[in-house]
Design a protein around this ligand. Structure first.
Ligand code: NAD
Length: 480
């Protein structure tokens, strides 16, 4: 089969081009382990040019009326929609997720662009009544300035569009460092902005060695905001660097979502919704349910049901329409998941199903269910980011809340209960940026997305997602 996969270049100041050094990084299809293409590796000359472009781009874009920004972004959404099938194929080839999941990711991106386009028109300030009749007091929202955005490989389009759509709607320019593991679908997103007529320099795309790029961009005086999605470890390093240079930040970091099934919860719905969200994208989702805590009266039934679902999942190449779960996105994750399982088993956990690499070609891992997992097992403490479901038992409200809040993570939390009282007590007690009860309702563009504690700082989505790219300026003027 002739692959439609494309090599990815840098996009700087309105031009797609190779890196100044000519260096590239290989792109591997995780389902076959074959090299399918390459991506340009930026050096400091490229980054300097991107900085200059973002500075020039910002000077133009910030004064473009919001209505014109809106019209352009609607055009981006239309173009991306026309290209969605092709982009989804690129995404599956480079990242591994099943094609239908890749298609959903393109649809979600369109939704995000549309919504932020609209919301940009409502970046209202306000008038504050003054103490004197000769004075006016205005609160004005202004774009924060050129943004350095760092996005990961698990949702190569969506992690990028969350940042880019909000920043562009707000009037900022962006240097986006996309994922080297899965660059082509992210580049296709940028191409849609270019083709819709975004002025040169407003959106620049670079790839390379992540630490070299963040070391260069974050301290640079032209960059006014740093936004990152990725692991907590890296996020803390980047936030510290940004703090040293007093840059505005948004940090979307790791999670370890508790999923609590109370005695009165609807177990059929819980099994259906939680398993779908556990194994989506092979578990490489920051809001995936990660610690299953089931009331003792429902425990056996839940373990049985979840194990059966895991065993029946069709794991394979995402390009096969029958595939329900693809491979892990790269070799590092395969090793990490194997280590999580061996560690848990060595500490006394039981494997109900799975627990091993699947086959010896491609980064496939069996959907895995673990029970009796001790609290000191690594999988109960570190973000698993893979198809692992540790299921433990609880017997009262206080102890399950204590377990849910035990970790330094606080991104998402899930619960199933038919009691309004339990739901209210839980949503108040849980230390988490997002709580979803009796369904999976997080990560819509109109709702705020983000964590507390070590899961990060700031929000993407909702009014807050646009606000994150704006400064509030107060202007007071007296008549003379
Ligand atoms: P990693 O921690 O090295 O990388 C995570 C992301 O951060 C990648 O996109 C990478 O390019 C970027 N990154 C790493 N160092 C950077 C730096 N110095 N400057 C700028 N960007 C940098 O590891 P990984 O193997 O890619 O993923 C491991 C863990 O990362 C996962 O287990 C998961 O916990 C976390 N992760 C989280 C998300 C998320 O959506 N929150 C996405 C991807 C990975």
């Amino acid at each position: 089969m002739v692959s439609i996969y494309e090599n990815s270049m840098l996009h700087i100041n309105g031009r797609w081009r190779p890196s100044a050094s000519g260096k590239t990084i290989d792109v591997i299809n995780p389902a076959t382990e074959e090299k399918i293409g390459q991506v340009a590796q930026a050096n400091s000359d490229d980054l300097q040019e991107a900085i200059q472009a973002a500075n020039d781009g910002f000077k133009k874009w910030r004064y473009v009326p919001t209505f014109d920004r809106y019209k352009l972004m609607r055009k981006v959404a239309t173009l991306f929609k026309e290209r969605a099938d092709k982009v989804a194929t690129l995404l599956t080839l480079e990242q591994g997720k099943p094609l239908y999941e890749a298609k959903i990711e393109t649809q979600v991106a369109i939704d995000r662009i549309d919504w932020m386009a609209e919301e940009g028109r409502r970046a209202y300030g306000r008038v504050i009544p003054a103490r004197s009749s000769h004075v006016s007091q205005l609160v004005i929202k202004e774009p924060v300035g050129p943004v350095a955005a760092f996005t990961p490989w698990n949702f190569p389009i969506n992690q990028a569009v969350q940042k880019v759509a909000a920043a562009v709607a707000a009037g900022c320019s962006v240097i986006l460092k996309g994922p080297e593991e899965a660059p082509a679908s992210c580049a296709a997103l940028v191409q849609a902005f270019v083709d819709a007529g975004l002025p040169n320099g407003v959106l620049n795309l670079v790839f390379g060695i992540p630490s070299e790029i963040s070391d260069f961009l974050i301290p640079h005086p032209i960059i006014r905001k740093v936004t990152f999605t990725g692991s907590t470890v890296v996020g803390k390093q980047l936030a510290a660097k940004a703090g040293a240079h007093m840059k505005v930040i948004t940090m979307e970091l790791g999670g370890h979502a508790p999923a609590i099934i109370f005695e009165d919860g609807d177990i059929d719905i819980a099994l259906k919704v939680l398993s779908a969200n556990k194994f989506r994208n092979a578990g490489q989702v920051c809001i995936a349910p990660s610690r299953f805590l089931v009331h003792e009266k429902k425990y056996k039934q839940f373990v049985r049901g979840f194990t059966q679902i895991a065993q029946n999942l069709r794991v394979g190449d995402g390009m096969n329409p029958k595939t329900e779960m693809g491979p892990l996105a790269h070799e590092r994750r395969l090793k990490a998941i194997q280590e999580f399982v061996s560690d848990a088993v060595s500490k006394g956990a039981k494997i109900e199903t799975g627990g091993q690499r699947k086959g010896n070609k491609g980064y496939f891992f069996e959907p895995t269910v673990l029970t009796n997992v001790p609290t000191n097992a690594r999988v109960m403490n570190e973000e698993p980011f893979g198809p692992l479901a540790p299921i433990n038992v609880f017997n009262d409200f206080d102890s399950v809340i204590e377990e849910a809040n035990r970790l330094s993570y606080g991104l998402a939390a899930y619960a199933y209960t038919s009691s309004v009282k339990t739901a209210a007590a839980l949503s108040s007690a849980i230390e988490s940026g997002m709580v979803s009860i009796n369904h999976h309702g997080v990560a819509l563009v109109e709702t705020p997305f983000g964590g507390v504690k070590d899961s990060g700082f700031g929000k993407e989505g909702g009014l807050e997602g646009l606000e994150a790219y704006m400064n509030t300026k107060f202007v007071t003027q007296a008549e003379i």
